[in-house]
Design a protein around this ligand. Sequence first.
Ligand SMILES: NC(=O)c1ccc[n+]([C@@H]2O[C@H](COP(=O)([O-])OP(=O)(O)OC[C@H]3O[C@@H](n4cnc5c(N)ncnc54)[C@H](OP(=O)(O)O)[C@@H]3O)[C@@H](O)[C@H]2O)c1
Length: 266
Amino acid sequence: MAYKRVLVTGASSGIGAAAAKAFAARGARLILLARNQERLEQIAGNIREGGGSAEIVVADLADSDAAGEAAKTVLDRGGPPDLLINNAGVGRWIPLIETSAEEAQAMIAVPYLAGVYLTRALLPAMIEADSGQIGFVSSPASYLAWPNATCYIAARHAVKGLADGLRSEMKPHGIGVSLIVLGTVETPYWEHNPGSRENMPETNQTLFPTLTPDEAAKAIVTGLEARKNQIVKPGLFRALFVLNALFPNLVASQLRKASKRAKRKA
Ligand SMILES: NC(=O)c1ccc[n+]([C@@H]2O[C@H](COP(=O)([O-])OP(=O)(O)OC[C@H]3O[C@@H](n4cnc5c(N)ncnc54)[C@H](OP(=O)(O)O)[C@@H]3O)[C@@H](O)[C@H]2O)c1
């Protein structure tokens, strides 16, 4: 199913920008949301140059009032989106002992609370429309845990809980909810969140290849158009999540070893 009006958060960079361009190429009218107005205008300009339609909303989604205002702007300009992609996110992969209270709060604020604030503000209009789809972009950290990324992992587990709870709640309203789980994607995330790459467990590139933003966007478009509950790319992560559910100690010890191997190689 093609979407007509698509709102993407975190659309000024990386996965969000690529997903916005991919939906625009399929004829959707895009609303791009993030804090950096200049970057948003640049992405919107790229979309328009390609013959697509894009408008921007500048907001800091860590602020519940600002998220509410942004939702109001979206609704005033053209009613509820038929697809909302909660993609904005931050979070360094660092040990808990090195994580300040402010940084721990920032990591839970975006993506988790940002998803709560914006979705909550748009839901009444979406419920009234009796249709729509909501996506939450997350990572294997929604299912797995490895050393030296504790607050990142906690925040992505929270995003999974939000998606699963909301899916159940929205079923009677005809609104679908998709959890989008992406492996490593080569985006500015790694520069925006210094120290993270250094704490990445060693990953087998044959089994779990690093994605380009366009590959991630393609998986997002395909999965959301099919209204899938879970979108997982690379798909082999699904097997790892099942293995983890059955043998959590085994998977945890393998991830610890992969983490140690990556540190030794660094
Ligand atoms: N890259 C990966 O390997 C990977 C893999 C799986 C999942 N993910 C997840 O996917 C999401 C997007 O990642 P990415 O790789 O595209 O990272 P990115 O290039 O750093 O983009 C993050 C986006 O979030 C926006 N953002 C951050 N804080 C915000 C706030 N307070 N209010 C509004 N927007 C905010 C940023 O825009 P402004 O700075 O303009 O506000 C930017 O557009 C993250 O949650 C990340 O954890 C990433």
